[in-house]
Ligand binder design. Sequence first.
Ligand SMILES: [Fe+2]
Ligand SMILES: [Fe+2]
Length: 476
Amino acid sequence: MAEEQNDSRGDARQSFYAKQQLIESARSAFQLLSAVIKNATLYPEAHPFLLTSADKLRIKIESMLTNRKEVAFYLVGGELFFETFSVPIDQTLSLLMEQFIARDIGGIAFRPGLKSLELIRLAGLINKEPEFLTGQSVANDVIVKEGITHIELQRVLLVDKDMGSAIKEGKKKASEIYKDAMDAVKDMIQAVQMDKTASLRKMNTIVQGMVDFIMDNRDALMGLSCIKMYDEYTFAHSVNTSILASSLGSFLSFEKQQIAALGIAGLMHDIGKVNVPHEIINKPGKLTFDEWEQVRRHPVEGALLLAEVPGLSKLAMVAAFEHHQHGTQGYPRVAGEPRLHPFSQIVSLADAYDALTAARVYYSIQMPVDQAIKILLSKRGTIFNGVLVKAFVNMVGMFPIGTILKLDTGEVGLVKHQTRDLLRPRVLLLTKFDGSEKETGVETSLLETVGGKYKRTIVGTINPYEMKINIKKYLE
Ligand SMILES: [Fe+2]
Ligand SMILES: [Fe+2]
């Protein structure tokens, strides 16, 4: 037994060193790339200095290619990743990353067969004005034209600022982003259960896309987060918490990198539930004291699991540990008054809101949608940070996107966007209130007036399950 333990510790040590070596190789490859790009500004294409530096880079990449199909780097949230590992960057590398970001390059992959001349040509293209690459809808077509066939550039999922629509390659619908995020959580949970390294690269790319989307059009993704799913509750809850937490970060004008960290923290906050028996998590009835004790372990289990994921922001671990540590009933208990990281406070608010709104379908409790907001407001300053609750309510409105409203005109409206008045959102008129669903397809603001009086006013909310309205189709 003791021997076995020694062995596994030895293995762990070996894999630790192998990982460190790999990270070091990745860092030096990126440094060599930076040198080639710099030299290309100083010397002509055939100059021996430039050739030597390109050769060095090629040889480095070839050595890394011996046991993999490609050598790929990713730039996510201000960090450089090689495979699932975060590569420490110095000033030279961060300058190079800035150059890439200014050209909408979110990743670069090198394939076997790479030639030094291709590296020199790529350096030449990167040294042109940023517009040269960003102006081209397909950057890879440009590099192929230059005879570069063993390097591939990956676009950052960026949003066209003028048109408000995603650029061709990155264009995804809110529903696709939502689905991708669900898949990422499923993958992550599966990986953790099977004791495999989770694909952080995939998750980072998805969160990056989500953050870009949220910064451009928060309402579309928030609309999807209000659709509650019966079957895939755990996954959907993680994605919703992620959307709401990063949306709040965006609403509070956080830096993009912080918004992305909130997105990841939201996705991972309940990961510790994989170590709680399935029957307990899905038990419809009341939990026994013992079962409850097991559920209460999920923040600790989650933090332990996340601590093991290489390259993951430590904030995700902190948020997983702290997301239930509020109020007198909070857990896990710590000595003294818990002082939560602001990110944990945001995740815990998003978590609570999603759980409250989910409850009405999940446990068939008839809770009007706006009731969840009232509950959060009532816990302002006790369980939740007062300022954050206020910001959250300003963001989602008193009638969140997806709420079905009964209007004083006898019409039924679906909330599509918030306006400056939290009680008067923009709505899509669905039908007259006679129980049948008949689209009118007219979108209108409840701020609209006729002769100095409001045209429509909210008189109540309607449970979509009672009226059998498929809100999903209006929010995609
Ligand atoms: Fe939780
Ligand atoms: Fe949760």
